[in-house]
Design a protein around this ligand. Structure first.
Ligand code: COA
Length: 171
């Protein structure tokens, strides 16, 4: 569990399926994620069971369920390991009513600290669709550096890549 000044980040569990369904059934929230909307509790439970929990079990890292101090679920933020590229990705997704209050930046800063200081990772990447200005702003506010624009026909959509190296992380 990680505490920041306004947030609690904890490992996701099946109990998050309900709020995660609300999060992922909002078309504006999933618009730039490349993920499909969720329509049922069963689908939400499957994502947690098949994607989120195995990340924690296999790689000791994953997406953190993110809560306000009073326990209100606001979304998730965290790391994901992609074995095919050997990359660790920073990601975040919050309910719309909590956008624009600095929560993604606050949760991501704590996640980068966890990645670099606890897991001793050398590099963390973050990727976003070019139109996802809010997400790109978060990467820039974190001090991540621009690596390039990828438009590859084998990818479902173009994206920009930012990264941070452990030596450049400022807690
Ligand atoms: C992307 C997302 C996580 C950002 O969360 P957030 O808590 O609002 O982020 P922050 O408040 O920390 O920072 C967002 C910044 O982008 C700015 N911003 C957001 N949308 C913007 C837009 N369309 N144009 C310009 N700036 C924008 C905000 O003003 C803020 O900058 P500021 O602090 O200088 O004012 C949130 O919008 C979200 O959950 N989106 C849906 C899921 C998603 O797209 N995830 C990322 C996939 S790569």
């Amino acid at each position: 569990m990680i505490e920041t000044s306004r947030l609690t980040l904890r490992i996701g569990t099946l109990a998050d399926a309900g709020p995660m369904l609300i999060l992922n059934s909002d078309p504006e929230v999933v618009r730039y994620t490349g993920d499909a909307m969720l329509f049922s509790l069963q689908e939400s439970e499957s994502v947690i069971r098949e994607r989120i929990i195995p990340q924690w079990n296999n790689y000791k890292m994953g997406r953190f369920t993110t809560l306000l101090k009073d326990g209100t679920y606001i979304g998730w933020c965290g790391l994901r390991f992609f074995p095919e590229s050997n990359e660790v990705d920073l990601g975040y997704r919050f309910m719309k009513k909590f956008w624009g209050q600095g929560f993604a930046t606050e949760a991501s800063q704590a996640t980068l600290k966890y990645g670099f200081e606890t897991l001793k990772l050398d590099r963390i990447v973050a990727k976003a669709m070019p139109d996802n200005i809010g997400s790109i702003k978060v990467m820039q506010k974190l001090g991540m550096s621009y690596q390039g624009y990828v438009s590859d026909p084998t990818e479902p959509h173009p994206f920009v890549v930012y990264h941070m190296l452990r030596k450049d992380f400022k807690p």
